[in-house]
Design a protein around this ligand. Structure first.
Ligand SMILES: C[S@@+](CC[C@H](N)C(=O)[O-])C[C@H]1O[C@@H](n2cnc3c(N)ncnc32)[C@H](O)[C@@H]1O
Length: 258
């Protein structure tokens, strides 16, 4: 394909990976979440049904499909849906991909696992919400998409199923946990990593500091994978903090990095 970017050092999860222009370049948050998803798939004795919201290039969806899950991937951007289908085809992973807005989801069946790496960089009202910006601008506190994912999770999960969501400390992890608890979903932080600010976070650091979202001179952020368990009747939540994630170093570009 002429107008696509082939990432030179794709991690082993997705051996043949293509990213269409102006889509989110898989980064530390993608890989941390992928590791959490693959743990969940590997620890299940049966084929899991997985719903990925905000799928982008389909990196996570294809990884899960390659690991044996039955995956549905949704994104608001039609180019992301095409890119997901293309990566699924290249890697012989079966993924059903479709356009959908997390804030207004169509009627869906329940899934064993819901996965999301939503846009979460705090943005201003005048910042764009189209094109490449769709991948990162998350509203004033970065929660414009985190909240709808949390609010819908309980309705979309099978009893005993779980949500895996990645976000930054900048977006308030406790708030996510509180929101999940209110809907009967039991939260726990299962993976964390501290990463340096990308170009976008660096460019916005003065504004973020003035809003009290980061500390003075802060230039790193902790990203967390939050697991939300919808208890089956006999289940209870388990807290754990894992550190088994791996990271690779894709080159950074302004258009698609946080
Ligand atoms: C940070 S990227 C994550 C991409 C991919 N899952 C990953 O981890 O590399 C966020 C994705 O959310 C999508 N998105 C933004 N707003 C959305 C919405 N309202 N509904 C569904 N998807 C949305 C963007 O198009 C983008 O592909």
């Amino acid at each position: 394909m002429n107008n696509s970017t082939i990432v030179s050092r794709a991690p082993a999860h997705v051996p043949r990976f293509v990213r269409f222009p102006r889509l989110y370049r898989p980064a530390d948050d993608t890989w941390l979440l992928t590791d959490a998803v693959l743990d969940e798939v590997a620890n299940s004795e049966r084929t899991l049904t997985v719903l990925e919201l905000c799928a982008g290039t389909g990196y996570i969806a294809v990884s899960a499909a390659r690991a044996g899950a039955d995956v549905t991937a949704l994104d608001i951007n039609p180019r992301a849906v095409t890119n997901t289908r293309f990566n699924a085809f290249l890697n012989r992973g079966r993924v059903t991909a479709a356009v959908a807005d997390v804030r207004d989801l169509p009627s869906l069946p329940r899934f064993d696992l819901i996965v999301a790496n939503p846009p979460y960089v705090p943005s201003a009202a005048e910042d764009p919400q189209t094109g490449a910006a769709l991948a990162y601008n998350g509203g004033a506190d970065g929660r414009a998409l985190i909240d709808p994912v949390c609010e819908r999770a309980a309705d979309l999960l099978t009893p005993g199923g779980s949500l895996l969501l990645v976000q930054s400390e900048v977006n308030d992890v406790d708030r996510t946990c509180d929101l999940l608890r209110r809907t009967g979903v039991v939260p726990s932080v299962v993976m964390q990593r501290s990463i340096p600010f990308g170009p976008l976070m660096s460019a916005r650091s003065a504004i973020l500091e003035s809003r009290g979202l980061i500390g003075s001179g802060q230039c790193t952020e902790r990203i967390s994978v939050i697991r939300g368990l919808l208890p089956a009747e006999s289940d209870s939540g388990v807290d754990q903090l894992g550190t088994g994630a791996t990271s690779d170093d894709f080159p950074v570009d302004q258009e698609s990095s946080r």
